[in-house]
Design a protein around this ligand. Structure first.
Ligand code: B1M
Length: 222
């Protein structure tokens, strides 16, 4: 955002558009200012997330795929997205929903993409779940240890690479071998993941986005 831009003089839609540009440019401080400005105007935290941050990241994704952006730029965009998400996190979680159960969630082994997984974690917190977020590059053993330690009801696995989707299958097999498969419901997601893949590897469900992931989790414990 350049010096002469005055957020106060801009409409909500103009700020959302600016957020997408600033996300693309990796301007974390500006993103935080814009999120706060929209919150001050009483725009809902979920709308800011989807129409500003997620919409911006989609553009980054397309340009990364097409070779317009490279890893350093995408990392800057991811950092800006995280800064905005940190402001929204408590608000998304603050719905006063009754406690629904415990979810252990992580990005699978070999995969370091965590933005979508963190969104899913936030939406689940907002839906009333206790969420144990194991981060990235999570091995089957780490998932199993966390399920046992936290007496989890649901396991959520995220993968963004076609090559790491197989880690999901490996984790499910490891759960079966550990005698824990029937203790938890297993949900998977991430850009390359499909319902067909979920059926194929024996997961209990697939969600295409963070909101539907939270809905599916609620169904699991209903
Ligand atoms: Co990566 N990357 N990346 N990357 N990256 C993708 C995934 C890619 C599609 C880009 C492309 O080519 N178009 C491509 C994968 C190709 C493939 O496998 N088919 C790719 C590649 C190739 C790579 C590297 C191999 C690049 C390289 O080094 N040559 C490398 C891999 C490193 C590794 O993991 N071992 C790599 C690295 C990176 C960065 C580190 C630079 C960065 C990650 C930063 C971070 O996450 N902290 C990055 C990013 C940012 C992307 C893109 C641009 C954006 C991903 C993202 O955050 N999207 C991505 C392109 C794309 O997806 N369009 C790309 C926004 C997010 C909100 O959406 O993650 O899909 P998403 O999550 C959604 C849903 O999928 C769903 O809900 C979320 C919210 O609605 N969801 C779940 C996700 N998890 C779920 C779990 C659930 C349910 C729903 O239940 C548990």
């Amino acid at each position: 955002m350049s010096e002469e831009i005055n957020l106060k003089e801009m409409s909500d839609d103009e700020i959302l558009e600016l957020m997408q540009e600033d996300l693309y440019d990796g301007y974390a401080e500006e993103i935080v200012e814009e999120v706060n400005e929209l919150l001050g105007r009483e725009m809902g935290s979920y709308d800011i997330l989807i129409k500003g941050l997620v919409a911006g990241m989609e553009v980054v994704g397309v340009d990364f795929r097409d070779g317009v952006l490279f890893v350093p730029e995408v990392l800057m965009a991811a950092k800006a997205m995280k800064a905005g998400m940190e402001v929204l996190r408590p608000l998304l979680a603050e719905t006063g929903a009754p406690k629904m159960g415990t979810v252990v969630i992580g990005t699978v082994k070999g995969d370091i993409h965590d933005i979508g997984k963190n969104l899913v974690a936030m939406m689940m917190e907002g839906a009333g779940f206790d969420v144990v977020n194991l981060g990235i590059n999570t091995s089957a053993d780490d998932f199993i240890a966390a399920i046992e330690e936290h007496d989890a009801d649901i396991l959520g696995m995220s993968a963004l690479l076609t090559t790491t989707m197989r880690s999901m299958e490996h984790t499910i097999k490891a759960l079966e071998e550990a005698g824990l498969r029937n203790k938890v419901k297993i949900m998977i997601g991430g850009a390359p993941v499909t319902q067909a893949f979920s059926d194929q590897i024996g997961a209990d469900g697939y969600a295409s986005n963070a909101a539907s992931a939270a809905e599916l989790a609620k169904k699991f414990v209903a």
